[in-house]
Design a protein around this ligand. Structure first.
Ligand code: ZN
Ligand code: ZN
Length: 166
């Protein structure tokens, strides 16, 4: 008798109503089938909750991206200027350029409340390159091999600040 009552209480996956299941999401408590369950360190979570969690993590807004691009563009624009100042000491550029990019990225990160958007790293690197290219054309009248190299170093310095490790 008791067994029968338990078997009568069938639960079905919230997404696949034809599949009965006993698995429940540890976040939203919805029933889910094995296909919908994602194993996490704290138990089984449904795909919707996992995705919702990721979306909250990558909550960069258009304003954030705009700020990041603008600040990194300034950092990029400074890179050719610093190269002018250091003149013949090109070796210094290898140290200074990533530092400029990293600093620009750090400032951008602070001003956007440390929110890292999914594309922040690319936006930061793109900002550095765009600002640097314009500045190089204006200040140096063209792009040399080292200018490109240092801008790439500055861009990767900025990108590294936004790298999201999961
Ligand atoms: Zn859930
Ligand atoms: Zn399912």
């Amino acid at each position: 008798m008791v067994d029968a009552t338990i078997q009568d209480e069938m639960n079905y996956c919230a997404k696949h109503p034809q599949r009965d299941t006993e698995l429940r999401c540890n976040r939203c408590q919805r029933y889910m089938c094995v296909d919908c369950a994602v194993r996490t360190p704290v138990g089984y979570t449904c795909r919707q909750c996992v995705r919702g969690h990721e979306d909250r993590f990558f909550e960069g807004t258009a304003l954030d991206y705009g700020l990041v691009a603008a600040i990194c563009a300034v950092g990029g624009a400074l890179t050719p200027l610093v190269m002018l100042l250091i003149g013949g000491f090109l070796i210094l550029g290898f140290i200074v350029s990533p530092a400029i990019g990293g600093t620009a990225g750090q400032i951008a990160l602070q001003l956007t409340g440390r929110r890292r958007g999914r594309y922040s790293g690319y936006v930061a690197a793109g900002g550095v390159l765009a600002g640097g290219l314009v500045s190089a054309l204006l200040l140096l009248g063209g792009l040399g091999l080292f200018t490109l190299l240092f801008l790439a170093l500055a861009a990767s310095g900025a990108y590294a600040r936004f790298k999201v490790s999961i």
